[in-house]
Write a protein that binds this ligand. Structure first.
Ligand code: DGY
Length: 423
């Protein structure tokens, strides 16, 4: 077995240091609460660190913030902290557990399945699975009921933060149609991280307008669906949800056989039937779509590769994407760059406009394996390992130089290294 390129003890220490008692902050200061998809990825790290109860607890804590309608919010404000904006008072959610009012890519069911399959303590795994399944099913049903009320098969997102890929160039156009917030606020992110690695003020002004908009609409699903000034079918969320559907239905088999699972099967089939609406021949990639204008959002981004992970691509689409990865990785060798390096909007260090993210590389590598492209999957593993060679676990990496960016001592980078890059 090859030696890992990173220090395993350092990665485990990051998880322990970021543990605030049952939930893990992504990094201190910049993100001082529990985030939805961070929590799921981080649970994989806890499992690999040998602490199975702690891995399950991360997911149980996440579901403590679940809304009655099934939504798993993108931030759970378990504790208090004054290092983040916008905090719970800005979101204005009155639930007992304070949360944000949007969700995030639903990788949860995929992680539950991995934990369940890797678990050594089978009794604990059965018990935790039974506890987590109802909430996870409710979360999937929520996506389809609330975010695809017209049964198109393609769920929509109301905020760039919901995509997890906040300032992707894909959102530039739909976000420009959103008004700017009309009150002054102080950003906290640029107090922790170089502004050159974060979104611009003109984007934040609109992010915060949307946060206000949800509150003004009393979080009413119908009203928001009808009048939200930002409503995008996000290919990243759709692909991750599809993969999670498959994993969830596999977990339900022989355990749960009811209307919910039949409904999920039907929704998942609708997604598969509709996915070509989000394929761009011109770009040889999947793209998102602005549902308010009907226009595809023509950006080549890592989200457009995620349909491999969701097994939504046809073999021809998968090989067209695979071909484009040659130039993608040549142009940004510490990849996979979140925006294609030949794109005019590519910035290798700025958040989701070009850096690489190890958890995305992992998902894409799993997708490539599913399409029998093991060499490309191996290449993604190698470029991810290259990011870790300087010994630190950053939030993301400059895809051209490999320099660490964003928050340091970052939980999901440590976790995915433990889960994916240990051997
Ligand atoms: C942030 O605050 O930057 C987050 O990405 C929002 O979830």
């Amino acid at each position: 077995m090859n030696r890992p390129v990173f220090d395993i003890e350092h990665a485990k220490r990051i998880l322990r240091d970021n543990d605030l008692g049952g939930y893990t902050v992504p990094t201190k200061g910049l993100y001082p609460f529990q985030w939805n998809w961070d929590a799921a990825i981080t649970a994989l790290g806890w499992m690999e660190a040998g602490d199975e109860p702690r891995a399950w607890l991360e997911l149980e804590m996440l579901l403590k913030g679940q809304w009655d309608n099934g939504m798993v919010p993108h931030i759970i404000f378990h504790g208090e902290a004054d290092t983040y904006f916008p905090g719970p008072e800005v979101w204005g959610v009155e639930n007992a557990v304070k949360t944000s009012a949007i969700s995030q890519p639903p990788v949860l069911a995929t992680v539950v399945r991995i934990l369940f399959e890797q678990s050594k303590d089978r009794a604990l795994a059965e018990q935790k699975l039974a506890a987590l399944l109802p909430g996870t099913i409710a979360c999937h049903l929520w996506w389809y009921r609330e975010r695809d009320p017209e049964n198109t098969g393609l769920v929509c997102s109301y905020h760039p933060w919901e995509s997890g890929m906040d300032n992707s160039p894909a959102w530039d156009h739909p976000l420009s149609a959103v008004p700017t917030v009309d009150w002054e606020y102080t950003r906290r992110d640029t107090g922790h991280v170089d502004a050159a690695e974060r979104p611009h003020k003109h984007q934040y002004d609109r992010y915060i307008y949307l946060v206000d908009f949800f509150k003004r609409n009393r979080f009413d699903s119908d009203a928001i669906y009808k009048s939200c000034p930002y409503r995008v079918q996000d290919i990243g969320i759709i692909a991750i949800l599809q993969r999670a559907n498959t994993d969830l239905l596999a977990l339900c088999q022989s355990r749960i056989d009811d209307d919910s699972t039949r409904s999920l099967q039907a929704s998942s089939a609708r997604t598969a039937a509709a996915i070509n609406e989000l394929w761009s021949d011109e770009l040889s990639c999947f793209v998102s779509r602005d549902t308010l204008t009907g226009q595809q959002l023509k950006t080549i981004s890592c989200a457009g590769v995620l349909p491999l992970f969701g097994e939504l691509a046809s073999p021809a689409q998968a090989s067209a994407i695979n071909e484009s990865l040659d130039r993608w990785i040549d142009g940004a060798p510490f990849g996979l760059a979140s925006t294609h390096p030949d794109s005019e909007t590519f910035e290798p260090q700025r958040y989701w406009r070009g850096p690489s993210w190890l958890h995305i590389n992992w998902m894409i590598a799993l997708g490539l394996e599913a399409y029998q492209m093991p060499e490309r999957a191996e290449q993604l593993k190698q470029v991810s390992e290259a990011c870790l060679e300087n010994g630190d676990f950053w939030e993301y990496y400059n895809s051209v130089t490999g320099e660490g960016c964003g928050g340091g001592e970052f939980s999901w980078t440590a976790a995915i290294a433990l889960h994916w890059l240990k051997s």
